[in-house]
Design a protein around this ligand. Structure first.
Ligand SMILES: N[C@@H](CCC(=O)N[C@@H](CS)C(=O)NCC(=O)O)C(=O)O
Length: 341
């Protein structure tokens, strides 16, 4: 079949799919989707770490997690930009989510059993595999965390870092003095002023914070990773429908990378003869119709924000992050999408 005929078929397929598009989403509603649709915007809680989420010079939010908010906007509204990002401190954001102030946190929240069972949150797929690090003042002359005996260490309140740093020192038999700080600017200022010898946070966060410090060369990121910090979208427990929308929005970006589908070549893939790709991109609308998504939802996400690797390269590669665990499984990483069928 010629390309022209194929393309004609593709366009007709998409038009028919759009006409047939079901608007209902999975039946086990928990209310979040209805509330979002009525409001016309998804409310997302974020932080202020460059690379992950930060307003640009025009006040427009940019970053790795921001792009997942945009992808969700496309999944829900079939268009980009229907998202309201609000900065909330690590201490405030989980209670705010529980209180309904946010529909979702895209803010580097670690999946933990306590948050799942005792605090009432559910998590989407891990989008960034991280570990807690320590950023120390170079003048201390330390090269490993074990040399920090007796140090004063800043930790952000409400984070997993509070328990991790205490566990680390208890295990190593050394002493430290924690200084618990809620506000992110104050947290950074404490390190700059010498009020603390070091700060501890997710290492991704510390690398981002290096951008915010006046003299980044005065600090050293110590080699230890104190913990496992799988960072994932967090929602209030009890809404399966919303959780599945979040899950499959993330999976779409991972699956696209596995197939080599990018924002630049997704239109070429509309001509693919692979039935799985036809279903994924909505050329064959049967799958999307069956689950109540617009046929072109995944196509639009990839066209607009790109696949996982593109999102990563746009925001995190410039900070010097290598993919490591955050590569797709076919490249030896941990990112793996369940099948789209
Ligand atoms: N992963 C930890 C820490 C979460 C956290 O503090 N995340 C960073 C971003 S990855 C953050 O919000 N930093 C403060 C900010 O950006 O304002 C947790 O779940 O408790």
């Amino acid at each position: 079949m010629s390309n022209e005929r194929l393309f004609g078929r593709t366009l007709r397929g998409l038009a028919a799919a759009a006409a047939l598009a079901a608007t209902a989403l999975p039946a086990t509603a928990g209310g979040t989707l209805d509330a979002i649709k009525e409001r016309g915007v998804i409310k997302v809680g974020v932080g202020t770490t460059p690379g992950f989420f930060s307003p640009d010079s025009e006040g427009k939010w940019q970053g790795f997690f921001i792009d997942y908010g945009r992808a969700l906007s496309i999944a829900v509204f079939n268009e980009d930009g229907k998202v309201e990002f609000t900065n909330s401190s690590p201490q405030q954001r989980l209670p705010a989510l529980q209180a309904g102030e946010f529909d979702i946190l895209l803010s580097g929240v670690t999946v933990t059993i306590n948050r799942a069972f005792n605090l009432g949150f559910h998590f989407g797929p891990t989008v960034f595999y991280d570990g807690q690090g320590i950023l120390a003042r170079k003048e201390l002359g330390v090269t490993t965390a074990t040399e920090l005996d007796g140090a004063v260490i800043g930790v952000q309140s409400g984070t997993t870092g509070e328990l991790n740093i205490a566990d680390f020192f208890r295990k190593s038999g050394h002493e430290f003095t924690p200084v618990t700080i809620e506000d992110t600017s104050e947290f950074i200022a404490a390190l700059e002023s010498g009020r603390v010898d070091a700060i501890t946070q997710d290492s991704s966060d510390l690398v981002g914070k290096l951008q915010q410090l006046k003299n980044p060369d005065d600090y050293v990121l110590l080699p230890e990773r104190l913990s496992k910090e799988p960072l994932a979208p967090a929602i209030k427990a009890g809404d399966d429908q919303w959780l599945e929308i979040v899950n499959w929005t993330v999976y779409a970006t991972i699956q696209a990378e596995e197939w080599g589908i990018t924002s630049a070549n997704v239109d070429e893939f509309l001509k693919s003869e692979d039935p799985a790709i036809q279903r994924f991109l909505g050329v064959d609308p049967s799958l999307a119709e069956a689950i109540g998504f617009k046929p072109d939802w995944a196509y639009k996400i990839i066209k607009t924000v790109g696949n996982y690797g593109e999102i990563y390269d746009r925001h995190l590669t410039p900070l010097g992050w290598e993919r490591g665990y955050n590569d797709i499984w076919t490249n030896g990483g941990l990112l793996y999408s369940p099948p789209f069928r």
